[in-house]
Design a protein around this ligand. Sequence first.
Ligand SMILES: [Zn+2]
Length: 201
Amino acid sequence: MDLLVTAKFIKEQRKEKGLTQAELAEKIAVSEKTISKWECGKGFPDTSLMLPLCEALDITANELLSGKKLNEKEYKASAETNLVELKDKTEKLSRFLLMIEWVLGYFVTFSFLVPVFLIVFVQMATWLKVVLYILGFVQVLIGLHFCMMIEKDVGFYECEHCHHKHIPSYKQMYAAMHMGRTRYMKCPKCGKKSWQKKVLK
Ligand SMILES: [Zn+2]
């Protein structure tokens, strides 16, 4: 996948359809600026926009990723390459996101020590202590929820029994006992509970 080749292809296909950037933008509910960015190779439609864009331009996702119209033989060959490349990119992004989660998790947890430290060692009115404590607590809750958001959407959880991979709901995640990223949850396929590990593919 080459960003500039795809950018040129999007522009060509849009013109072939007789659409202006504004018209195409309206069709898939994004801003004109976004279309212009894609056509300059400064960005790439994220997965939720790929299919609407392809539909509007009358091309396949595979053609979009390849940056050209494909015949049947080319289609099959490039489908595999694109899939592998896309998987590779997704996996790299997943690892990066999980690292962010890890850093954020530690940062948020330790930063709670700041208000605690102030409350214990600095002379202040009781109401101020309460406010500080609540602020610290809210900060931890928000931070940990961000971590949870990352963890939920990156990769899958794998059932120990049937090896089915799934993405749990927030409710399930919050209710589950966990050790690091391994969570004790019910498998939606076999219905058994187990310690489910985070897997990226
Ligand atoms: Zn299972």
